[in-house]
Design a protein around this ligand. Structure first.
Ligand code: PEP
Ligand code: MG
Length: 755
């Protein structure tokens, strides 16, 4: 290699020596650029560092004017250096000045240089800076020289990420690697968490970048890759697809990547420049990451996760470390950062130490959201690049209300969030003080406020909130977080625990609501064009009666001597309800024959979620003992707007005339039959919506634990009489307004009702 006296390995060794010597940060950097320039036989070596404000700043140079250090800055995309930062690709030019992106900075004195080679300084796919060498001559840099400079850039990445250069930046313009970062995601579970980052998949810390024996490193790489391939093959053969949430298609993709010759070649080439096998895996992955993160095509972006996962497995093999989540030694105030996390994995962490969760993936209806809400942990999801932007132990703030994630926040930001957290805590204390007050409006209307629940962890909320009972117990959650189908006995145990926790309070169990978006990892996936309209809930129960029968038996046994209330989800017709009812009654008769103790009373209800049932309310109200409006599904079907699709989910307002007329006529028809009705969708837990429901005449609402306080606070200030009048008037006028929301908000404000 022409430009490397002693080769890259000598350079790496010298760099390591410089890093180990005690020296001020700037002096160390100055020595490093001299070393690199001399090793690469270049007149110039410069390091540009990416600042928190996304500007590149010249931090050190050998060969350019020293006065330009900390003065010359450029935006990503500006000039050749900016181009490298933008594309995350190396650039080698024999005549830089003829490149269209070349821009000349007079203060640097670079006009005399023609040869130019620059590489991105990357870590975990994050752009930390750009390293450049320049030559007076029209020099053609060889492929190995680019490799060598990239390897050198890795060492600099460690230096920047260590935080050592922080003091060299002016305030607000520190190096981005350790500076504050604000990321925006989707708010999944409300709450505000301040704490310290814990990486769910801890990164392997590469302690030794520089190889002593290249052949030995190549052999280590081959061996480790061989082991990873074998373990993937074994997992596929075992059909162990539920374990760890790994689905077969993910494993198939892993296998394909693990056998990709291009990937292995790039890692081997990196080792040949003198770095260890671990460092080579990390470098290739960092390059791939940086490039794929700029791709917008969703399929390719998805693949990035597979590649990350594979590289991580390989690193753990090389480092001889097991891939285990850091459940032990969890710090107080832990905020878990993960690319993806299953509900079972979340439940494995010590809840008392968790303050928040940041995910790169996982949607609104995902199971993790349901579990996190039950645990009262704020969650922000779809936070791109979170896992690589964060280092273990970094200060973090998760705002589950706005979807903001603050990484390494500056003191002012931290102070304002701390104030917000104090305000929240004060409000929560106010709500707690309402715990024992009956939920009665100013004009004496009593409203039953009940809880939505589904897991054991929900049960203490009954006590904490003073809720009147459990209006919706989503039995499918136990199935969704399990790795295999819960046995009849396990089901019975859970239901018995719910009865024990509830004391005399009523509990309404909902029979299994699976299918659609609620998939069980151990059940074969049915390909459906429109899963929400497909084979789900009571439809599965009627086609596979054993599922419902086992569950009904478990419920009946657990409810011995108690009042058992069960409702069926997604009932589309009274006939369907009657068929499900017959199945449950069959179990009652069976238990009678066994002389098994029975519930003291059995009430069977139907959820009103499918619009067809709205036109059969009279009949269903006669057949069922009670009704419960699943407004999440009812609204999605009334408006034909997928509740899980961001583009349409909030397009239509449930407070608009059409759904309100539907709800009013439902209430009227059910009233004729004396059939009680509850609302248990999300609507019931939002103050303004709940106010409307009470104004319409609903007297029973079921909601998440966090909503009980705010809803009760609203009710205590409400007089239903003027509200009901207002709603009647607004619904009857055939104006052009779409929603009653503004009129309701105005009403609440005029009457001092907290909504
Ligand atoms: C609903 O649809 O409103 C409901 C309560 O059920 P889920 O959200 O579980 O579908
Ligand atoms: Mg539903």
């Amino acid at each position: 290699m022409r430009g490397a006296p002693g080769g890259p390995r000598v350079l790496l060794r010298r760099l390591r020596e410089v890093m180990a010597e005690p020296a001020p940060a700037q002096a160390r950097l100055d020595r490093i650029v001299v070393l690199i320039a001399s090793n690469m036989v270049s007149e110039v070596c410069s390091l540009y560092v990416m600042r928190a404000d996304r500007t590149l700043e010249l931090y050190a140079t050998e060969g350019l004017n020293r006065e330009a250090v900390h003065l010359t800055t450029m935006q990503a995309g500006e000039g050749l250096v900016g181009l490298i930062a933008q594309t995350a690709e190396p650039l080698a030019l024999s005549d830089a000045q003829s490149h269209p992106a070349f821009s000349y900075r007079p203060e640097t004195g670079e006009e005399v240089y023609h040869g130019f080679m620059g590489v991105p300084v990357l870590r975990g796919g994050n752009m930390l800076g750009v390293l450049v060498v320049q030559n007076r001559t029209h020099r053609a840099y060889a492929e190995e020289e680019i490799e060598a400079l990239q390897t050198t850039a890795m060492v600099l990445a460690e230096l920047i990420a260590s935080g050592e250069l922080q003091s060299l930046g002016s305030p607000g313009a520190e190096p981005a690697a350790r500076g504050p970062v604000q990321l925006q995601g989707v708010a999944l579970a409300d709450g505000l968490g301040l704490g310290y980052a814990v990486l769910h998949e801890p990164r392997v810390v590469i302690r030794n970048l520089i190889a002593t024996d290249v052949e030995a490193e190549l052999a280590r790489l081959d061996d480790a890759l061989g082991e990873v391939r074998t373990s993937i093959d074994e997992m596929l053969e075992r059909g162990d697809i539920a374990h760890g949430g790994e689905h077969r298609d993910v494993l198939e993709t892993f296998r394909m990547f693990a056998h990709d010759p291009g990937w292995l070649r790039r890692m081997r080439d990196a080792v040949k420049t003198g770095i260890t096998a671990e460092a080579a895996v990390e470098r290739v992955q960092s390059d791939t990451r940086a490039r794929l993160m700029r791709v917008t095509e969703p399929y390719l972006r998805e693949r990035l996760h597979d590649l990350d996962d594979l590289a991580n497995r390989l690193l753990h093999k090389l480092a001889g470390q097991e891939m285990v989540a850091p459940r032990e030694n969890l710090p107080d105030n832990a905020i878990i950062v993960a690319r993806m996390l299953g509900p079972a994995a979340l439940l494995d962490y010590d809840r008392s130490r968790l303050r928040g969760l940041v995910l790169e993936e996982g949607g609104e209806t995902s199971h993790i959201a349901i579990v996190a809400r039950a645990l009262n942990i704020p969650v922000v999801s779809e936070v791109e690049g979170a896992a690589s932007a964060v280092e273990a132990g970094d200060a973090l703030i998760v705002d589950g209300g706005t979807g903001e994630v603050q990484i390494r926040p500056p003191p002012e930001v931290e102070a304002s969030y701390a104030e917000k957290a104090r305000m929240r805590a004060r409000r929560q204390a106010q709500y707690r003080s309402l715990r024992d007050r009956p939920a009665v409006t100013r004009d004496g209307v009593e409203i039953a406020l009940q809880l939505n629940a589904g897991l054991l962890v929900d049960l203490p909320h009954l006590q904490d909130t003073g809720a009147a009972g459990i209006g919706l117990f989503r039995t499918e959650l136990q199935f969704m977080i399990a790795e295999r189908m819960p046995s009849a006995k396990e089901q019975q145990q859970l239901y018995a625990a719910v009865f024990a926790a509830a004391g005399d309070a009523p509990i309404t169990f909902r029979s299994l609501d699976i299918g659609g978006d609620k998939l069980l990892p151990y059940m074969p996936r049915v390909e459906e064009e429109n899963p929400a309209l497909g084979w789900r809930a009571i439809r599965i129960a009627l086609d596979r009666p054993a599922l419902l029968r086992i569950q009904a038996r478990a419920l009946l046994k657990a409810a011995a001597g108690r009042h058992l209330r069960v409702m069926f989800p997604m009932v589309a017709s009274t006939a369907e309800f009657e068929r499900a009812k017959l199945l449950v009654e069959g179990e009652v008769n069976w238990l009678k024959r066994q002389q098994s103790p029975l519930p003291e009373k059995l009430s069977l209800g139907a959820m009103v979620e499918v619009p067809s049932l709205l036109f059969e309310i009279g009949e269903i109200a006669q057949a069922a003992d009670f009704l419960s409006v699943g407004s999440n599904d009812l609204m999605q079907f009334l408006f034909a707007a997928d509740r899980g699709n961001k583009l349409v989910a909030s397009r239509f307002d449930p407070l608009s005339r059409a759904p309100l007329r539907a709800l009013a006529s439902l209430l009227e028809a059910a009233g004729v039959e004396n059939c009680p009705v509850t609302v248990c969708g999300e609507m019931a837990g939002r103050p303004l919506e709940a106010m409307l429901l009470v104004g319409l005449g609903f007297r029973s609402l079921s909601m998440s634990a966090a909503s009980i306080g705010p809803i009760k606070a609203m009710l205590l200030e409400l007089d239903t009489r003027p509200l009901t009048e207002l709603i009647r008037r607004e619904m009857d006028t055939s104006g052009t307004h779409e929603s009653l929301r503004p009129a309701l908000a105005d009403f609440a404000e005029r009457h001092g009702i907290p909504v």
